[in-house]
Design a protein around this ligand. Sequence first.
Ligand code: AKB
Length: 332
Amino acid sequence: MAHVHAHAVARRLYSTARPPRVLVTGSLGQLGTTMVNTLRTKFGGENVVASDIKKPAPEQRSGGPFVYADVLNYRALEQIVVDYGIDWVVHFSAVLSAAGERNPALGLSVNIDGFRNILDVAKNHGLRLLSPSTMGAFGPSTPKDDTPDLTVMRPNTIYGISKVHMELLGEYYAEKYGVDFRSLRYPGIISADSPPGGGTTDYAVDIFHAALKNNRYTCFLKHDALLPMAFIDDCIVGTMQLLEAPRDVLTQRVYNVHACSFSPAQMADEIRRLHSPEFAIEYCPDFRQAIADTWPRTMADHAARSDWGWNPVFGTADIARAMLDKLRPVYA
Ligand code: AKB
């Protein structure tokens, strides 16, 4: 009870006294850069600590603190939390689906041992923890259309297995120790400013670079591999909404989020329409097609919409237009 009361007091303090201090792990990855900028705009540069195991580019060093943080090292994480007075953690460090199949040992250590460390730091220091999950947490026996939040979850990739583990362990720590754990199951995220790294949905970013560079693309998925996707702007708005939502509006801890679904052939058509009728695509499916085959075609996200306001605005054509507009100057 005292614990619950302490959290309620803390929530009031954040809204009245001072902004939360936020640690972002994996801050140099596809989502980290934009998320750090968004958090800094909202809470102030000094209140957002960016971290990674890579060396940041000079512009990624500006605007607030950057620290080295290996999620496999509990003590080092704890030291950052103590030194910077961290209140909330956004945990982006993860080995994605394709990378996890290439290097299962790395996937298991980062996604399972690393998450365990983050969760223990959250427990021991009373932190709010947002750690994204993925549609990759579903598997071949999951219903593929309008996949509900609560359904069969028997993934057959290291990434999927480790994310189911993450969801369940987060819920366990929430129940048992009162950790304010929150998660959302991302579809494929499409961004122009920061490249994806090691996912099955990476083709949906690569295709734009290839279109602008060579006007042709060889796709590693089949023409009709229909998958849920979202544009990074929607993804970051949604992640902020869930992060900031008052605890009492959340009826669950893990939420599906879905914006639109398209296949490589459908996106190629958009590129022909918006960029060049001559754009050529060929299909050379590799092991990633077998991963895509196990994922939903669409996800039901009613709970995210009604509990904390998930409301994506980018559909397939909007994503294509936004990507072409952002990347055109790069290849001009
Ligand atoms: C991947 O393709 O592995 C990721 C994801 C859907 O989580 N983009």
